[in-house]
Design a protein around this ligand. Structure first.
Ligand code: GLN
Length: 273
């Protein structure tokens, strides 16, 4: 365990010093939370990190529980564990870069990150700028309101103040209501949107179903409406045209599905209904 942390730190330092050589200066990166459990795994990680060029950089926005979130000094969650399992299959060391959600695709386009794993929905517009792997799970956009709200379903969002996370599919779908006189308030993350609703600044929040459940469980007096707005698929985003990495990750994902490891990771964070 300790060895692996050191290995990851070494990898971070090496990447950091490489970035420092470049003209755009050093970047803040966070070493991946470690889930390796055996000494053999730790040893493997150490060797790879020491090799230096075997780092898989994952861009994410760690404000999206249960997919990615801060737990003490670590970034944990479904996406982190899936990416770690993939990195392991590829013989690479995972490094996490925690950035704004709407910076993830530019980060892939510029080649600063290799994979975007952020509960990211496969979407037509995004497909113009990045490639997506096969999906690894499904999700939906739901509506969170105060328990005493007069909003009972999607139709009632007309004319209301709707909070979303900037640049997400929730933002895209909620924006359709602007034609009906609704006002969209865009926040950096879902938590901020929920806080704004608690403060009476907005009437509803449109966000992905699993983060919605987490936010509702952590806040008094709010609920999720039964009717979902969309059905979506999450996949890993990769720089357009990098078919070599895309193929490798699709293969790793298929193996994780086949072995039941993917489902086990999901079940660890999401209890069955
Ligand atoms: N699934 C949504 C999207 O892809 C939200 C993702 C997120 O906020 N991390 O836009």
């Amino acid at each position: 365990m300790k060895k692996q942390v050191i290995a990851l730190l070494m990898a971070a330092v090496m990447v950091g010093s490489m970035a420092a050589c470049g003209s755009d200066g050093a970047e803040t990166t966070t070493a991946a939370a470690d889930t390796a459990t055996t000494a053999a795994e730790a040893e493997e990680g150490k060797e790879e990190a020491a090799a230096g060029d075997n780092v898989l950089v994952m861009a994410t926005n760690a404000e999206f529980p249960p997919y990615e979130y801060h737990d003490g000094g670590d970034i944990v969650g479904i996406d982190v564990e899936v990416a770690e399992a993939i990195a392991k299959k590829l013989g690479m060391t995972l490094e996490i870069e925690d950035i704004a959600f709407d910076s993830i695709i530019p980060e892939l386009e510029s080649g600063k990150a290799d994979i975007g794993v952020a509960g990211m929905t496969v979407d037509e517009d995004r497909l113009k700028n990045v490639d997506f792997t096969e999906p690894y799970t499904t999700a939906s956009q739901v509506i969170i309101v105060k328990e005493d709200s007069d909003i009972a379903g999607p139709d009632d969002l007309k004319g209301k103040y709707i909070g979303v996370q900037l640049g997400t599919t929730g933002d895209i779908y909620a924006s359709d209501y602007e034609a009906d006189g609704s006002t969209i308030e865009r926040y950096n993350n879902g938590f901020e949107a929920v806080q704004a609703m608690q403060q009476g600044k907005i009437d509803a929040v449109v966000i992905d179903n699993e983060p919605a459940k987490v936010f509702v469980s952590q806040n008094e007096g709010i609920k999720i409406l039964d009717e979902a707005l969309t059905v979506e698929e999450y996949a890993i985003a990769i720089k357009k045209g990098n078919t070599e990495l895309l193929d490798k990750i699709n293969k790793a994902l298929a193996e994780l599905k086949e072995s039941g490891e993917l489902q086990a990771i999901i079940d660890k964070y999401i209890s069955a209904e």
